[in-house]
Design a protein. Structure first.
Length: 249
């Protein structure tokens, strides 16, 4: 009965239903004008709201997200900054350096192929919102790496290529899983997908929306699907710290 009435309103089957539809659409577009003299007060309220919300999120992060996630990691360095609690409920071994910031949702997932899949994140790494890392064997992110939002890194296919194996629920083979390494000072643009076996060279830049299927030389800019070199960069003369050492395992 209710669904029938809703459809009649959406279709405006009669003048009454047409009026109801216009009234509903009017309610969805109603707005309250702000007189000029009240704008300074509204602007102040807006900034107070933003500051209060940011301060509250920081308190929750410092008092809950960060200490709890540190307990989940094999090692986590100083000044870890988490906007949200990362999702890392699988058996990945996680090593994190100093001054790492996650600006939003971070998902870390592992399959059942290997007993000790390892994720290593170096120092001074910035990770954007909606970052997903599928780590079945090894993913290494070097120092001073910038990763924008909505990126995916995967060292595996996720499922077997053979249809019958997929139907049977079997995992991808160990041979189809290959480590992913991202070198120091690399910059990964928004919406990038980095696939198995790829090494991103030191200082390289991956353009937004790229699909990286082969390794990227150091100090180059790549873009596209599949990503290809579009520019060569000149390394800076300054010396940068070396990548965090891979832990014994």
């Amino acid at each position: 009965m209710l669904n029938s009435l809703i459809l009649k309103v959406k279709r405006a089957d009669s003048p009454v239903f047409g009026f109801a539809r216009k009234a509903y659409r009017g309610l969805n577009t109603v707005s309250v004008p702000v007189p000029g003299p009240l704008k300074p007060a509204g602007r102040a309220i807006y900034h107070v709201y933003g500051f209060t919300w940011a301060a509250w999120k920081r308190v929750v992060s410092a008092c809950f997200h960060e200490p709890v996630f540190r307990s989940r990691c094999e090692r986590a360095g100083k000044r870890l900054n988490l906007a949200l609690m990362p999702e890392a409920f699988d058996h990945t071994r996680i090593y994190i350096g100093d001054d790492v910031t996650c600006h939003g949702k971070l998902g870390i997932y592992s399959g059942r192929v290997f007993d000790e899949p390892t994720l290593i994140i170096g120092n001074r790494v910035s990770i954007g919102h909606q970052m997903n890392i599928s780590c079945n064997r090894e993913v290494v992110i070097g120092d001073d790496v910038l990763i924008a939002g909505n990126c995916t890194i995967s060292d595996n296919d996720g499922h077997p290529l053979d249809a019958q194996k997929r139907i049977s629920g079997m995992p991808a083979s160990a041979e189809s899983t290959r480590p992913v390494h991202i070198g120091n000072m690399a910059w990964i643009g928004a919406g990038v997908v980095i696939l198995k076996g790829v090494t991103i060279g030191e200082g390289a830049i991956v353009g937004a929306g790229s699909i990286v299927t082969t390794s990227v030389p150091p100090y180059t800019v790549v873009a596209g699907n599949p990503a290809r070199v579009v520019k060569t960069l000149t390394p800076q003369a300054a010396e940068f710290p070396t990548a965090a050492p891979v832990p014994d395992r």
